[in-house]
Ligand binder design. Structure first.
Ligand code: NAD
Length: 256
């Protein structure tokens, strides 16, 4: 499988969940991938599994310094990236909006939204310079937004709004970066069984509680890592080179 042969990618939050599946799929398709995560042990474990096409770097995406260092790590190891996946994310627990304290709100916005500001400032000048020299080169940024930013559930108000910001900034970036041949999309998954699931549900992760949420998804199951990874591969390949600024629901029909 060679859809991403010789492409270089950075995936944030790659140590687990959707990010890990995206990284696995990218390596399967021939890309070289930097796994940037605050969970260094997890990122290293995955890098070990994936072999020489993957490299782990510790990175707290809320820190401009860390994000810059992760980009430098990528340039030193594999070259200027072609693909950026801003996937690292977190949520507050599902609860009434007044119960979410200020520190939790700030941390969540720093991880879900401001991280993309840091990444863009670190990587865009390099991608622009490379694209200016090599007219056949472009680039792709995929931001993991959420269906929560399109069709919100109660109890997740501040999280929903952070993902609404991710969805919207992706469209705005797509317009602004089109002249640089950099395409930008928001990928918007529905609820999946990752490390965040219990927080999203706000109740214990039991078969009965899962069933209540699954009942709101027409195709009758939660989102799996492979669902997100398949879309992240397609949107990064040249096969989708006329697509930009999309808000792509990976949601089994939840937003219908
Ligand atoms: N699971 C879902 O139901 C769901 C639905 C829609 C969108 N999303 C989004 O998908 C993305 C991936 O989440 P997931 O569901 O795979 O959860 P996850 O908890 O399995 O993975 C999140 C990863 O981000 C990393 N991370 C957290 N804070 C970080 C920081 N400050 N710096 C660097 N890395 C950090 C974690 O270590 C972890 O590896 C998130 O943006 C999330 O909001 C998840």
């Amino acid at each position: 499988m060679t859809q991403l042969l010789d492409k270089v990618a950075i995936v944030t939050g790659a140590a687990s969940g959707f990010g890990a599946e995206i990284a696995r799929a990218y390596v399967r398709e021939g890309a070289k991938v930097v796994l940037a995560d605050i969970n260094y042990d997890g990122a290293q474990l995955l890098a070990h599994e994936l072999g020489s096409a993957a490299s782990a770097v510790i990175c707290d995406v809320t820190s401009a310094t860390d994000v810059k260092a992760a980009v430098k790590h990528c340039v030193d190891r594999f070259g200027v990236p072609d693909i950026i996946v801003n996937n690292a994310g977190t949520t507050h627990r599902n609860q009434p909006m007044l119960d979410v304290d200020e520190a939790t709100f700030d941390r969540m916005y720093a991880i879900n939204v401001k991280s993309i500001y840091h990444m863009t400032r670190a990587v865009l000048p390099l991608m622009r310079e490379r694209n200016a020299q090599q007219k056949d080169r472009g680039g792709v940024m995929l931001n993991i937004g959420s269906v929560a930013g399109i069709r919100p559930r109660p109890g997740l108000t501040w999280y929903n709004s952070s993902k609404g910001a991710v969805n919207m900034l992706s469209k705005s970036m797509a317009v602004e970066l089109a002249p640089d041949r950099i395409r930008v999309h928001a990928i918007c998954p529905v609820m999946g069984a990752t490390g965040l699931l219990e927080q999203f549900m706000g109740v214990p992760d039991t078969p009965e509680n899962r069933a209540r949420f699954i009942a709101t998804i027409p195709l009758g199951r939660m989102c799996e890592g492979a669902d997100v990874a398949n879309v992240a591969v397609f949107l990064a390949t040249d096969a989708s080179h006329f697509l930009t600024g999309m808000e792509v629901p990976v949601d089994g029909g939840r937003i219908i």
